[in-house]
Ligand binder design. Structure first.
Ligand code: DGY
Length: 328
C-alpha cells in the first residue's frame, strides 16, 4: 500500500507529479494556506507532511497525527513547527537550508538600494504624473557606496549579504550568536561588535537571525533609538524579530531614515499606519521567491520527505535527537 502524504502548498508541477506517483498525495493547490481545521483533518491519517512556513504545527496537532513519521518543511526557517514536541513523538523534521541563501541576500540588497535611492517612491511619483521636469535637487536619496552595513546574524544569508556589500565598498559591522572565524572575517572585511556599537554606527542594518525566544523583538524601541536618524532597517528574516509598533513610531517620527521590510510581525497583517508611510518599503515575504530557488527548495523538501518515509536519515534533519526513538 502506498504511504499517504499531505502537501500543504502548491509546488512546481513536475515535482508534484513525481510525488503523486510515489505516494497517495493530498495536495493543497490553492495559493493560500490550509486553514487549521483542514490541516488538522488532513494530517490525521498521513505518514508524511510536506509543510509550508504558514502551517502552525503545534503539540495539539501532532497529538492527533498518530501515523506521522516525517515532517519536511519547505523553508529554511521552521519556527512554525514545535520541534520539541515532534522529537518527543519520534518524528524527524527537516528544512531546506542553503538553496535560498543567494535569493534572500539579493532581496535584502534590493531593499537596501530601493529604500535609500527612493526607487518605489520615485516609481509612484512618475506613474502618478508628478514628474514634471528634471531638477538638481529633485527627489534626492542617500548613496549606498561606502556606507557602513550592520549585519545581525552572520549565518549563510548574512555572509552572502556581506559578500555583495563588498562591491559597494561598504565597511561591515556584525553581531551574531557565534563569532565567525578570523579568516572569514578578513575575507568579508567584517568586524565583530556588540549590538550597541552596531546599532549606533551602521547606516544600514540588515537582520538575518532565525526567530526564537531570544530573537523575538530583538529590535524594539530601545534599539531603534540607538540608530542614526539617517540609517535604514532591513528585515528579510522573520517579522517578530522587530517590534513593529515601535518601528512604526520611529518611522512616523523620522527617528530613523527608513525601513525595507519583507516580513511582518503578524503576517500577512500590517500594523495599522505602516502602509501610509513613504519611508518604508513593504514586500510580501518574497525573500526566496525566485523560480530557481523555489524549485530547489521543493526538490530538497521532497528528498527529505522520501528519505524520512523510507526509514533513512533525511539529509537536512533539524532534530537529530529523534534518531534514537523515531517512529517507523
Ligand atoms: C524560509 O525559507 O524560511 C523563507 O522565509 C520562506 O520563503
Amino acid at each position: 500500500m502506498k504511504k499517504r502524504i499531505l502537501v500543504t502548498g502548491h509546488l512546481p508541477d513536475k515535482i508534484m507529479t513525481n510525488l503523486s506517483k510515489e505516494y497517495e498525495a493530498e495536495i493543497n493547490v490553492e495559493d493560500k494556506p490550509l486553514d487549521r481545521q483542514k490541516l488538522l483533518y488532513g494530517i490525521k491519517d498521513k505518514d508524511g507532511l510536506l509543510s509550508m512556513i504558514t502551517d502552525v504545527v503545534d503539540e495539539d496537532m501532532l497529538g492527533r497525527a498518530n501515523r506521522l513519521k516525517m515532517i519536511a518543511q519547505f523553508g529554511v526557517g521552521y519556527n512554525n513547527i514545535d520541534v520539541t514536541a515532534a522529537t518527543e513523538r519520534g518524528i524527524p523534521v527537516s528544512n531546506t537550508p542553503g538553496v535560498l541563501t543567494d535569493a534572500t541576500a539579493e532581496l535584502a540588497f534590493a531593499l537596501i538600494l530601493a529604500i535609500s535611492r527612493r526607487v518605489v517612491e520615485g516609481d509612484r511619483m512618475t506613474r502618478e504624473g508628478r514628474f514634471r521636469c528634471w531638477a538638481p535637487m529633485l527627489f534626492l536619496g542617500r548613496e549606498v557606496t561606502g556606507k557602513t552595513l550592520g549585519i545581525i546574524g552572520m549565518g549563510k544569508i548574512g555572509k552572502a549579504v556581506a559578500q555583495r556589500a563588498r562591491c559597494f565598498k561598504m565597511p561591515i559591522l556584525y553581531h551574531s550568536r557565534n563569532r565567525i572565524n578570523i579568516s572569514e572575517e578578513k575575507q568579508l572585511m567584517a568586524k565583530y561588535v556588540d549590538m550597541k556599537e552596531l546599532l549606533s554606527q551602521s547606516d544600514f542594518i540588515s537582520l538575518h537571525v532565525p526567530l526564537s525566544d531570544e530573537t523575538r523583538h530583538l529590535v524594539g524601541s530601545q534599539e531603534l533609538s540607538l540608530m542614526k536618524p539617517t540609517s535604514y532597517l532591513i528585515n528579510t528574516s522573520r517579522g517578530p524579530v522587530v517590534d513593529e509598533k515601535a518601528l512604526l513610531q520611529a518611522l512616523r517620527r523620522k527617528k530613523i531614515g527608513g525601513a525595507g521590510l519583507d516580513v511582518y510581525e503578524n503576517e500577512p497583517a500590517l500594523t495599522p499606519g505602516l502602509a501610509e508611510l513613504d519611508n518604508v518599503i513593504l514586500l510580501p515575504h518574497i525573500g526566496s521567491g525566485t523560480l530557481e530557488t523555489r524549485f530547489r527548495m521543493a526538490a530538497m523538501a521532497v528528498a527529505n520527505l522520501i528519505a524520512g518515509l523510507s526509514g533513512q536519515v533525511p539529509p537536512n534533519l533539524v532534530n537529530p535527537d529523534v534518531l534514537s526513538h523515531r517512529r517507523l
